[in-house]
Design a protein around this ligand. Structure first.
Ligand SMILES: Cc1cc2nc3c(=O)[nH]c(=O)nc-3n(C[C@H](O)[C@H](O)[C@H](O)COP(=O)(O)OP(=O)(O)OC[C@H]3O[C@@H](n4cnc5c(N)ncnc54)[C@H](O)[C@@H]3O)c2cc1C
Ligand code: FES
Length: 261
């Protein structure tokens, strides 16, 4: 796995909602080797507060050496990032971790909740580039239309239709994305690629297990080093012991994790 520390320039800032921001960064070395499900660790400020870099999924790369992250402001680090300006530079470490393992022999369903939607755009694009008989199904859930619509538009640009669920019913199904998932004809042998809050991923895994679908989940635990050195991100494994979500993951086969269901 090649890890690169790169000083990246912010090329573009899109404020999708009052607290969701998309940054486009010029990072040819990282963009050229990244794969879907991998992440970067970003130094969010110039001082020691916050001291640690923050992890973000790579949500899209482009052939001109750019990549994008999509994030929600939840604390000090993301707040600082949201106040950056175009032209400023950020120190980025990546690409890190082990991403989704694309199985082109199986129909794909991408399932994302909240900011867990971020890595799925890159994944959808890569699945299409790999050449598949069937276009991936996409099921996304968020709090409301304001949050979800810009992300649905991104998938539409790839020619992928999104089946949506919102907490307030302002777009798509009023309720849980698992209700939407259960209503779709996913076909036999489906492989689901999932990212989102833990309870949502557990519910998707349970459904997949009942249908004998494959299920890969991206586990976004808190991380300190992002490189397997601090034990800050361990997750219990079904076979016993622990895995590092930063280096063994963040994407795991859901069957390999010890779930508290
Ligand atoms: C591999 C990976 C990929 C990620 N990708 C994205 C992404 O694409 N977009 C995005 O918006 N966020 C993503 N996250 C979460 C993101 O890293 C955190 O939101 C960020 O580190 C918060 O930093 P902060 O300083 O703003 O908040 P902090 O002050 O560190 O925390 C503020 C609050 O957010 C909670 N929090 C912090 N980290 C997480 C986490 N990992 N999961 C749930 N709650 C958390 C804290 O418990 C606290 O309540 C990812 C995390 C991981 C591990
Ligand atoms: S974040 Fe340090 S070991 Fe994973």
């Amino acid at each position: 796995m090649s890890q690169i520390q790169e000083k990246t320039q912010i090329i573009r800032i899109d404020r999708l909602t009052s607290d969701i921001v998309r940054l486009t960064l010029d990072a040819p070395n990282i963009a050229s080797v990244a794969s879907p499900g991998q992440f970067v660790m970003i130094r969010t400020g110039e001082t020691n507060d916050p001291l640690l870099r923050r992890p973000f999924s790579i949500s899209q790369t482009s052939s001109d050496g750019h990549f994008q992250i999509l994030f929600k402001v939840v604390g000090r680090g993301t707040d600082l990032l949201s106040h950056c300006r175009e032209g400023e530079c950020l120190s980025v470490l990546g690409p890190l971790g082990s991403g989704y393992r694309i199985d082109t022999s199986r129909p794909a369903c991408l399932v994302g909740g909240g900011m867990g939607i971020a890595p799925l755009l890159f994944l959808g694009k890569r699945i299409l580039q790999n050449g598949v008989d069937q276009r991936p199904l996409v099921v996304l859930g968020a709090r409301n239309r304001e949050e979800l619509q810009p992300l649905i538009d991104d998938f539409a640009d790839l020619g992928l239709k999104v089946h949506a669920a919102t907490d307030d019913g302002s777009l798509g199904h009023h309720g849980l994305l698992t209700d939407v998932l259960k209503s779709l004809d996913l076909g036999p042998e489906c492989m689901t690629y999932v990212c989102g809050p833990k309870p949502m991923m557990a519910a998707v895994y349970l459904f997949c297990r009942s249908k004998k679908y494959g299920c890969q989940v991206s586990v976004e635990t808190a991380m300190a080093c992002g490189m397997g050195a601090c034990l800050g991100c361990i997750v219990p494994l079904k076979k016993g012991g622990y895995g590092h979500s930063c280096s063994d993951g963040p994407v795991f086969d859901a069957e390999d994790l010890l779930w508290q269901l």
